[in-house]
Design a protein around this ligand. Structure first.
Ligand SMILES: Cc1cc2nc3c(=O)[nH]c(=O)nc-3n(C[C@H](O)[C@H](O)[C@H](O)COP(=O)(O)OP(=O)(O)OC[C@H]3O[C@@H](n4cnc5c(N)ncnc54)[C@H](O)[C@@H]3O)c2cc1C
Ligand code: FES
Length: 285
């Protein structure tokens, strides 16, 4: 059969072809961190699930993987919170309202939600790790009646880098949510908690036999967090974590993100902990 006669996907549906999005709003967050609110230039909706990421393209500079940090029920707004670390994210930090960027995605496996119905929910996160977890927090709150206790344990380096601080305060004001915040170091006179997120896990109130935990931290910080969860009796099959590797294609073609038999762009970035426990320490295979 003549291949030319076969139907081809429209360019916008090709996962390797970016759609263009205009920056509607740019908000400075904590040091070196900013949030972009984007609208599709073609007006078409954008659907994603909590935990998924996009490849954001600064034209002429390059493309990076960034998790969606907004509400998945809002199909017309795409939100990303980005920390400046290198070439592309620094170029992104210079963009202004009205500028256009490329977006490919959404990619990756989302945080599972329905599996946790009936359980208490524990979020363990820190610094910019709250961004990929925020869509899941929104969704758990949207489906609040399906869960028991809901607890957020959040840690940052200092009082100056508490991401979404206003929102954490708002959540803390709810009667159906426990929000614990700690900082690693604080100026004298600080009246909040000082110490590690693992200490927050020790004091949080939940039923360890019926709790699902979602951990979003850097890999080095994930380990003590998971240990704290184990110490409280939460087994690895009820703990979900994210891993990060450099990504290029985002769709399982290039092998850039391969970790053992797993391609993190399509098998991750969210993993149930017991499925990766053995290879958790391997970097850039
Ligand atoms: C699935 C996934 C989701 C992600 N979500 C987010 C997000 O929501 N917000 C966000 O700010 N970032 C996120 N990242 C990280 C982001 O992709 C990197 O920070 C980005 O690729 C760096 O590109 P760059 O060109 O700016 O820096 P580069 O020039 O590539 O690197 C500059 C320096 O930053 C270091 N670096 C590179 N990647 C990372 C990283 N992942 N973490 C820490 N240091 C790094 C490099 O080692 C180097 O020292 C995510 C990554 C993955 C894989
Ligand atoms: S980024 Fe290319 S295979 Fe995962």
């Amino acid at each position: 059969m003549d291949g030319a006669l076969l139907p081809r996907p429209a360019p916008a549906d090709d996962p390797m072809v970016p759609r263009t999005f205009r920056i509607e709003r740019r908000a400075a967050e904590v040091d070196g961190c900013f949030t972009l609110t984007l609208k599709a230039t073609d007006g078409r909706p954008f659907a994603f699930q909590p935990g998924q990421f996009n490849m954001l393209y600064v034209f002429g500079v390059g493309e990076v993987a960034i998790s969606v940090s907004g509400d998945c029920r809002d199909l017309n707004t795409l939100t990303h919170t980005i920390r400046e670390v290198g070439t592309v994210t620094r170029a992104m930090a210079k963009l202004r309202v009205g500028d256009v960027i490329g977006v490919r995605g959404p990619f990756g496996r989302p945080w599972p939600i329905a599996e946790a119905y009936g359980n208490d929910i524990l979020f363990v996160t820190g610094t910019v790790g709250l961004a990929p977890l925020r869509p899941l927090i929104y969704e758990v709150l949207n489906r609040r009646e399906h869960f028991g206790k809901v607890v957020i344990c959040y840690g940052s380096r200092g009082t100056h880098d508490i991401l979404y601080e206003k929102q954490l305060h708002q959540w803390r004001g709810r009667f159906d949510l426990q929000v614990h915040v700690t900082v690693h170091s604080a100026p004298s006179g600080y009246r909040g908690r000082v110490g590690s997120v693992a200490n927050l896990v020790k004091i949080a109130r939940f039923d360890p036999d019926h709790t699902t935990a979602y951990v979003c931290r850097s890999e080095t910080m994930t380990r003590p967090a998971v240990q704290a969860l184990h110490d409280r009796g939460i087994t690895s099959d009820r703990i979900y974590v994210t891993l990060e590797r450099n990504m290029k294609c985002g769709v399982g073609f290039c092998g850039h993100c391969q970790m053992g038999p797993s391609f993190m762009c399509k098998d991750g970035p969210v993993y149930r902990y017991d499925t990766i426990e053995d290879i958790f320490t391997v970097r850039e295979l």
